[in-house]
Design a protein around this ligand. Sequence first.
Ligand SMILES: Cc1cc2nc3c(=O)[nH]c(=O)nc-3n(C[C@H](O)[C@H](O)[C@H](O)COP(=O)(O)OP(=O)(O)OC[C@H]3O[C@@H](n4cnc5c(N)ncnc54)[C@H](O)[C@@H]3O)c2cc1C
Length: 401
Amino acid sequence: MRVLVSGASIAGPVLAYWLTRHGHEVTVVERSPVLRKTGGHAVDLFKPAMDISERMGVLPRIETLATGTTRLTYLREGTRKPLSADVTKLFAAASDRHVEVMRDDLSEIYHDATRKDVEYVFGDSITSIGDEVTFETGAPRRFDLVIGADGLHSNVRRLVFGEVAKTFVGAYLAVLSVPRDLGVPGEMIGHIGPGRTAAVYGARHLDDARAVFLFRSPELSYHHRDVARQKELLRQALRGLHPEVDSWLEHLDGDGAFYFDSITQLRTDTWSRGRVALVGDAAYCPGPAIGGSTSLAVLGAYVLAGELSAGGDHAAAFARYENEMRDLVHRSRAFALGVAKTLIPSTRLGVWGLTRGAQVLTSLPSWVVRPLAKLNSKGVRMHDSMRVRDYGRQGAGTPAP
Ligand SMILES: Cc1cc2nc3c(=O)[nH]c(=O)nc-3n(C[C@H](O)[C@H](O)[C@H](O)COP(=O)(O)OP(=O)(O)OC[C@H]3O[C@@H](n4cnc5c(N)ncnc54)[C@H](O)[C@@H]3O)c2cc1C
C-alpha cells in the first residue's frame, strides 16, 4: 500500500519504519522545513518502547545519548535547605527497562533509521484529503491511506474529525534552552512552590542546558505558534519563585530553542475514519510531560503498522489497532491526571508532601521499592504491562515469545 504519514517527530518515523519493513511504500510530510532539532525536554522510554527500539536496531544509539540524570535536588519556595532524591530508584520501580533521552535526539535517531527507505517531504502540510491529497505547496497526490502523526494540534485530525473532546488539565509546560554552564550533567536542580515549579539540567553530550517550567493556571489565551506571547505568559507565571529562576527567565530574551504547550488530554476513543487514522499524540495524547506520551506513541505506531500488515482490509486493521491500544490509553489518561495533581501541587502542604514523599521513597532500598511498585500495574507500572506482539513473524494477535 502507499501510505502518507503527516508528522516526522516520534510516532511518524517509527510508523514509517515498521510500514516499510512490512513492505509498504511510505511518504512522510512534515510542516517544519527541517527535522525539529529545536527545543524539547527529556522524554521517557519504558520497557515496551525500549523493546521496539531494540528490534529497530537503534537502542544502542539511544542509550549512548541518554541524559544520565540520576539526582533531583529541589528547594521549596521560602526555604534554604535543598532536598535531594535518587531518581534512578523511581524509574527502576516504574519499569524494568527505562531510558531518559532528549526528544530531539530520539526523533533524529528514528528519522535516521528510516531515511533510506522513506520519502520525507519537509516544509509542507496537507490541505485536504479526498480521492487525492492536496498540499500547501506540493502537487496533489494519491495514497491508499493517510495517517496523522502530527501531534496534539494535529492537522489531519482537524481536517477529518473536526473538534474532538479534550480535557485541559489546568497546567502548562515550557522548556527553554539556556547556557550549558547553568546545568550539571547527571543532576536536575530546581525550585518548587504552590502551583509552579522550575528546574534546570544538562547532559554530557548537549551543548546547552535545558530549563523546564510547569505551572498551574486557568486556560490562557494564545495561539500555539505565537512564541512571543507564550514567553510573556511564562514570565508572568514563574517570576519571583526564586532569584535563580528569574535569572533563567532572562534567557527568554534570546533566540534559544523554546517549547510551550498546555497540558491537555485528548478524550476521543475513535482514531480512524475511512482511509485515515491517527497515531501518537494526534490520537491519544494523555498530556505532555505527565502520561508517558512518547512511549505510547512508539507503541501505537508499532501496533498500527503491525495490524495493517497482518492481513484483511485497512478497516479491520484500524479496528484491531484501536482495540489493542484502548485499555492502555485509558489507563494512561487516568494516570496522567493523578501525576498532574501530584507534580504541581497547588498548596504549601502539597509541596511539602511531594518533596518529602520523594525523599522517603528514594531513601528506601530498591528491594523494597520495586516489589511495592510491581503490585501496581494500573498505575506506575502500566507501560510495562503492555505486551509487544511479534507481527513480523507471527501475524496479528499472537504474543511475542
Ligand atoms: C519541538 C517539540 C518539542 C517537544 N517537547 C516536549 C517536551 O519538552 N516534553 C514533552 O512531554 N513533550 C514534548 N513534545 C511532545 C512529544 O514529542 C510527544 O508528546 C510525544 O513524543 C509523541 O510524539 P508524536 O510524534 O505523536 O507527536 P509530536 O512529537 O508532537 O510530533 C508531531 C510532529 O508533527 C509535525 N506537524 C505538526 N503539524 C503538522 C502539519 N500540519 N503537517 C505536517 N507535520 C506537522 C510537528 O512539527 C512534529 O514534528 C515536543 C514536541 C515537539 C514537536
